[in-house]
Design a protein around this ligand. Structure first.
Ligand code: KIV
Ligand code: ZN
Length: 434
């Protein structure tokens, strides 16, 4: 049935598989206000972008791509507003995207004039498909677009008031022959001649995720081992999520030598989205490594995100969805309440409670309303837990099973979840009022 052939990206050799986990936070760059915004049905207004920007700063992002100023008035005005209203904290670097085209680069520099520090992010597309089908240009012609763009950035950065550094992306990198991607990036680096004091960013996108995560990571390792000026270059990755593996792709890329990750909150972005930085950061926390991002108030972040993007955080979104810490089923509830009881007794700092990958409190959630919830799948452990937590009622061991069945029978007949108040009501009607 499925006979179509698809492009298979090249796979260099690799040895990063020996590493087991990420032991240090990468540099994070949020592209919510650019890649995320450009994929919204209704892009954010200037005020909405400002509110999102402030939330990103509060979470702890030190690098934020704020837009594509040459793309629209709102984008341009947003950049101006940040500068003129002096809204960029000293320890935060803003970044703007520009195509490698003269009039777009010039307009971009008008937008960032006076910035205390901005990264100008230059890109052009390098993949076989884009070269042959979209640009109809040779390899040398495509390389020249990048080099000319890099030279113009260099020139304008000296002429325009402000403090600027540079980033280059070979867009569609993962669909590009690796030796050619390296040649183009090295040619750009030869223009910028980065030093330890004047670093530049080479950002390697999986513009469309077209391979398994380890394949992309091998491409990153190849660049990490072969790029010129490596000590003066920050290698960044920019995974999209077309195959649903954006998080794994980013994680393996860091193991393979990447220093920096561009992504968005909850994976908003073109098509299936950019890589989800919330999941990446919380995965690190679950390994005991500090990501230097603060998601301890996830409900507040979700509320802002849903309001200004008009997108939804799905109920099963890792670490953030309404249901991701919830157990309805009896055996899970029983294990969780036993795990929580052991924890209280032992005061052990290591989190080992079954079925809960992290302590929900670490993302601003509560045990009472989020963890044990009662429906027809629940068991005696869950019902006893609710009566104890919400009403201080410690059921004797011998009563638990019977009370559990009484409660879940009601849920089964009504075909509804039962609130703690309803659970108590059932208990009261049968065992107190009777
Ligand atoms: O996905 C992509 O390739 C991009 C580039 C413009 C960096 O967003
Ligand atoms: Zn992108």
């Amino acid at each position: 049935k499925y006979k179509r052939q698809y492009f298979m990206p090249p796979t260099p050799t690799y040895d990063w598989v020996k590493k087991e986990y990420i032991d240090k936070a990468p540099i994070w760059c949020s592209v919510d206000l650019r890649d995320g915004n450009q994929a919204l049905i209704e892009p954010m207004s200037l005020d909405e972008k400002l509110e999102f920007f402030q939330m990103l700063v509060k979470i702890g992002f030190k690098e934020i791509e704020v837009g594509f100023p040459a793309a629209s008035e709102t984008e341009y005005n947003f950049m101006r507003a940040l500068i003129e209203r002096d809204m960029i904290p000293d320890d935060v670097t803003v970044q703007v995207l520009t195509q490698a085209r003269e009039h777009i680069i010039k307009r971009t520099f008008e937008a960032v004039k006076g910035a205390k520090h901005a990264v100008i992010h230059l890109y052009n597309s390098t993949s076989v498909a884009q070269r042959e089908q979209v640009f109809k240009k040779s390899k040398d012609e495509i390389k020249k677009i990048a080099v000319d763009g890099a030279e113009l950035l260099q020139k304008l950065a000296n002429e325009v008031e402000g403090n600027f550094s540079f980033e280059y992306s070979p867009e569609s990198f993962s669909g590009t022959e690796m030796d050619y991607a390296l040649e183009v990036c090295n040619a750009v680096l030869d223009v910028w001649k980065p030093t330890q004091d004047n670093k530049v960013i080479i950002n390697l996108p999986a513009t469309v995720e077209n391979a398994m995560p380890h394949v992309f990571a091998t491409q990153i390792e190849y660049m990490h081992k072969n790029l010129k000026y490596r000590d003066a270059v920050t290698i960044s990755v920019h995974p999209h999520n077309d195959r649903g593996c954006g998080v794994a792709t980013a994680e393996l890329s860091v193991l393979a030598g990447a220093d920096r990750i561009e992504g968005t909150l909850f994976g908003n972005g073109e098509r299936t989205g950019n890589v989800d930085i919330v999941t990446l950061a919380m995965n690190m926390i679950s390994h005991g490594v500090d990501p230097h991002l603060d998601f301890s108030n996830m409900p507040e972040i979700c509320e802002m995100y849903e309001r200004v993007t008009r997108m939804k955080v799905g109920p099963r979104q890792p670490y953030a969805g309404d249901l991701v810490f919830t157990a309805f089923s009896g055996s899970h509830q029983d294990a969780i309440s036993k795990g929580m009881a052991c924890r209280t007794e032992s005061n052990d700092e290591t989190w080992t409670v079954p079925y809960l990958p992290i302590d929900p409190v670490d993302v601003g959630r509560t045990y009472d309303s989020d963890v044990i919830r009662i429906n027809s799948q629940s068991g005696k452990g869950g019902v006893s837990y609710i009566l104890k937590q919400s009403y201080g009622l410690a059921l004797p061991e011998k009563m638990r099973e019977e009370v559990g069945y009484s409660v879940k029978d009601v849920s089964d007949k009504e075909h509804k979840e039962l609130s703690p108040a309803w659970v108590y009501q059932i208990f009261e009607d049968k065992y107190i009022n009777d």
